[in-house]
Design a protein around this ligand. Sequence first.
Ligand code: 5GP
Ligand code: ZN
Length: 113
Amino acid sequence: MDNCIFCKIARKEIPSNAVYEDDDILAFHDINPAAPVHFLLIPKLHIDSLAEVQDNHQDLLGKMLLLAPKLAKAQGCEDGFRTIINTGRAGGQEVFHIHFHIIGGRERLPGMI
Ligand code: 5GP
Ligand code: ZN
């Protein structure tokens, strides 16, 4: 996708602070972190959102899910972390390239989503 900001990050046209990369997946620190640890896990393949996933994305999404706790631990979230996938405008999604927020490093406070 030519104009997708996360595709541009995956293609290195926009710099990011990478946490992990392989042929299919990239993880990088969120530019506006909501907690001491806040990185984004994306497939390099452009998928608009969780609402658009297809059966042929199963292995890719499974790989991302299995990677999440390993990367969270490596970033210092030994005791746990949050995984958030905003989906659609009503779901708070701003960047329409599917991504997992991995957030940790402080406890979830009352009232915090
Ligand atoms: P959403 O609301 O779509 O779930 O979250 C998008 C996230 O992407 C936000 O937390 C925002 O800070 C992050 N973000 C947007 N643009 C960039 C960027 O160019 N670089 C990085 N590293 N993060 C970005
Ligand atoms: Zn994209």
